[in-house]
Design a protein around this ligand. Structure first.
Ligand code: PLP
Length: 422
């Protein structure tokens, strides 16, 4: 039998598709659909792979919250010694609510507001990853006004092609992210002279769903060149933040194991004489992506002249990756049927032709059957919306044969609460 994305935590037992010890058909029946389910074991295994590789080094592993920001998952990361990479004041409040200590939080993002800076300073975040000269000036002003000093790392853009989807490639010269490589020394000089700023480190993040080691090593070499140039100016850089971006398996990708990637980067860092520096990493997708699934129910089968449509109760508001990135995600029946398969476009009920989850899928499916979209743990629920006045899905954590509801399904009252008739 073929190996499924998410294996061994996602596997077939006879006809049943299971997440750890739980049949997903039953999970769909118990909690209703659409429902996201996450394997606690898969998340712990991914985390351990990073932690093992970093053992014996001064380091901070910062989970990138935007990949999946459910409080129960954040709580588990915090309990297991993880720090967090956040990109908004909302994410900061989330991680604090989940029990994180702010000194293990780094604040990334290309557009931080004054209010977010104030909140982050008073919470005591460990570092601001600054992405422009004007952000640096504003941050210094805000810090001075608050009688504080902001620890800063400049996010530099190494101009390296991560060879991933253009929407999730962030380290090329033409992207909005980071400070250009050839401007970075000048910006560090400015930073070092500003009253509200304390220079702490350097960082880069070149993209997401990267499946080879080479772009990382290229970016790292460019980063270390800069570290040497900046320190020649007498400005000390204590930490190196290597960003996130490691890919997962959606179909037949073969991303390196996190341990292999980190070991290769540490070897390069040592080789170039930078082994004494503290290392930060910011993985998101690779910690949660393959651990999650989306269970949905086939509502209507429409056989057409050109295409067959299987309309399911999950839609682009639940899972926008196919519509947004043209992403291919595996779709499996929860229960295998022993009848011939047909070719289906699996689509949602939303009034958009872009509302599809998978095209040209060979499936033996009947109305009322439950299907599962695999590798849906990252950038799925965290990107969900209420388009078409659809409440967002429930989320369930699976540990062994135990299930825990970690987010109830949204009701129409939840959706209407902020609105007024005028
Ligand atoms: C999104 C993001 C990450 C995490 O990326 P993944 O591809 O999910 O690992 C890390 N750092 C920054 C600055 C980000 O914006």
């Amino acid at each position: 039998m073929k190996k499924l994305p998410g294996a061994p935590f996602v596997a077939r037992r006879g006809a049943e598709l299971c997440l750890e010890g739980v049949p997903l058909d039953r999970l769909g029946a118990d909690f209703g659909t659409p429902v996201f389910a996450y394997s606690g074991g898969a998340i712990a295994a991914a985390l351990t792979a990073y932690q093992r590789a970093l053992q014996g080094r001064r380091h901070l592993l910062c989970y990138a919250v935007k990949a999946n920001s459910n409080l129960a998952l954040l709580r588990r990361f915090a309990t297991n010694g993880c720090g967090f990479d956040i990109v908004s004041g909302g994410e900061l409040q989330r991680v604090l609510e989940a029990g994180a200590t702010a000194d293990r939080v780094v604040f990334s993002g290309v557009g931080k507001s004054r209010a977010e800076m104030v909140l982050a300073l008073h919470s005591g975040v460990r570092c601001f990853n600054v992405e422009s000269d004007s952000e640096l000036s504003l941050l210094s002003d805000v810090a001075v006004a608050e009688g504080m000093t902001a620890a800063v790392s400049l996010r530099v853009n190494p101009d390296v092609d991560p060879r991933t989807h253009p929407y999730i490639s962030t380290g090329l010269r033409g992207n909005k992210f980071g400070i250009a490589h050839d401007q970075a020394v000048a910006t560090y000089r400015r930073a070092a002279s500003m009253p509200g700023i304390r220079v702490a480190g350097i960082d880069c993040h070149i993209g997401s769903q990267i499946t080879t080691i080479e772009p990382y090593l290229e970016a790292l070499d460019r980063l270390l060149d800069l570290v040497e140039a900046v320190e020649r100016e007498g400005i000390a850089l204590h930490h190196l933040d290597l960003g996130g971006g490691l890919g997962i398996i959606y179909t037949d990708e073969e991303p390196p194991d996190p341990g292999v990637l980190i070991a290769a980067m540490l070897a390069r860092i040592d080789q170039r004489g930078h082994g004494h520096r503290e290392i930060l990493v910011e993985p998101g997708r690779s910690l949660v992506g393959n651990a999650g699934v989306l269970v949905t129910t086939a509502l209507v089968l429409k056989k057409g002249q050109e295409r067959n449509f299987c309309v399911v109760d999950a839609a682009m508001n639940d899972l926008i990756r196919p519509a947004l990135y043209d992403a291919w995600m595996a779709i499996e029946p929860c229960l295998l049927r022993s009848e011939p398969a047909a070719t289906w476009d699996v689509v949602g009920p939303i009034c958009e032709s872009g509302d599809w989850l998978g095209r040209d899928r060979e499936l033996a499916v009947r109305e009322g059957d439950r299907l599962t979209v695999l590798s849906a743990g990252a950038y799925a629920m965290s990107m969900a919306s209420n388009y078409n006045s659809r409440g967002r899905a429930a989320e369930v954590l699976v540990e062994g044969d135990r299930t825990t509801l970690i987010r109830r399904r949204e009701t129409i009252d939840d959706l209407l609460a902020p609105e007024r008739l005028g």
